[in-house]
Design a protein around this ligand. Structure first.
Ligand code: PLP
Length: 371
């Protein structure tokens, strides 16, 4: 029995009536850009997160770029971030002409290590861009304190962490801005690309919103600044509204699946060889991915493939070692914790529709792979 890494068809089947009605509503309205669906989604997302402002945009990558753009970063500026993330995190910094400065990660959480941040701060540093990797919040107490001390902005990459909290606060609401992705495989996934920027700061939110509309202000065809066109369309907003109504239950179901994996790993006597991502006390995770460290990861992955068991490696190469960042001259070995993680991590299938039988099959496969 094959176990897929993700089962979006199963999710659709569980909410088909609601989704089909939402799509039909947009079809009837023929209102595709801006309009009531976008407005309602932004309000509902704001309420869900406890954010003061939410602005839909075309993707998570654009959300990061718009937030950093609104904060005014450009050539000569440095932004501190993690080397162990999806490329978009650092790419957004570079696209604006600024320079990413990488700081190694914590071995347990895989998130940026606050201990390394202060040493990386220099005269050109303007901000910190933490990622809440796999749906576990970075240490926002320490990151916030460092930012405050050095007068730096914090932009949160919450692309994988919608619904996750730190000391009860939603990820994406603790920094100057939060950036979300609605890529189909994310925990809140659209039927195409989509993203959102949140902020507690009215002025910053207003700049983000203007930048996403070609700097349009105060009237149509009047342009206060040069921006771009980055929109979350009505069809996506209507679909996301339906899914947002289920998100809290889905987060709970993901946590339950992760707990089941942990119990199965212990039960099969694998706990000394299979290490789960650490979840610090103040964090409530959402398991966008359920990632374990395993010995001989590539052999384990090959065995999973042979058995038709879904798995993935997020991420196989650190950002500081990417070809495009060769000019930054980071050496192999300069971020040892992140580099080791690229060789040991394995993501297991996790989604609300995953059954206990499937989970047992995943862990039995893992046990067999490890001998
Ligand atoms: C998915 C993702 C993004 C980018 O989102 P897109 O919507 O695909 O552009 C950015 N950062 C992280 C950590 C992500 O996982």
């Amino acid at each position: 029995m094959a176990v897929p890494l993700l089962d979006l068809k199963g999710q659709y089947a569980s909410i088909k009536g609601e989704i089909d009605a939402a799509i039909a509503g947009v079809a009837e309205s023929q209102y595709f850009i801006n309009g009531p669906q976008l407005k309602a989604f932004q309000e509902e997302a704001q309420a869900f997160l406890g954010a003061s402002h939410a602005i839909g945009c075309a993707s998570g990558s654009d959300a990061l770029m718009l937030a950093l753009w609104a904060l005014g970063i450009g050539p000569g500026d440095e932004v501190i971030t993690t080397p162990f993330t999806f490329f978009a995190t650092a790419g957004a910094i570079s696209r604006l002409g600024a320079t990413p400065v990488f700081v190694d990660i914590e071995p347990g959480t895989f998130n940026i290590d606050p201990d390394g941040i202060e040493a990386a701060i220099g005269p050109k540093t303007v901000g910190i861009l933490p990622v809440h990797l796999y749906g576990v919040s970075a240490d926002m107490d320490r990151i916030g304190a460092i930012a405050k001390k050095h007068d730096l902005f914090v932009v949160e990459d919450a692309a994988q962490s919608i619904g996750a909290t730190w000391n009860g606060a939603q990820t994406g609401t603790m920094g100057d801005a939060g950036c979300f992705s609605f890529f189909p495989s994310k925990n809140l996934g659209a039927w195409g690309d989509g993203g959102m920027v949140t902020s507690m700061n009215a002025e910053l939110a207003s700049t983000v919103s203007k930048l996403a509309k070609h700097g349009n202000f105060p009237r149509k065809y009047m342009h206060q600044m040069v921006g771009c066109n980055s929109r979350l369309d009505a069809l996506q907003a209507a679909i996301l509204r339906v899914k947002l109504g289920h998100l809290a239950d889905w987060c709970e179901a993901r946590r339950a699946r992760a707990a089941t994996y942990k119990a199965l790993v212990a039960d099969r006597g694998l706990a000394d060889r299979v290490t789960f991502q650490e979840v610090p006390d103040p964090a409530v995770p959402v398991y966008h991915q359920c990632v374990v460290r395993v010995p001989s990861r590539d052999d384990v992955a090959a065995f999973f493939k042979e058995r038709g068991v879904g798995h993935a490696v997020y991420y196989p190469l650190c950002l500081h070692l990417q070809e495009c960042y060769a000019p930054l001259e980071y050496a192999v070995g300069s971020m040892p914790v992140a580099e080791q993680a690229t060789e040991e991590v394995l993501a297991l299938p996790i989604y609300p529709e995953l059954t206990e039988a499937q989970q047992a099959e995943v862990i039995d496969t893992l046990a067999e792979a490890l001998g």
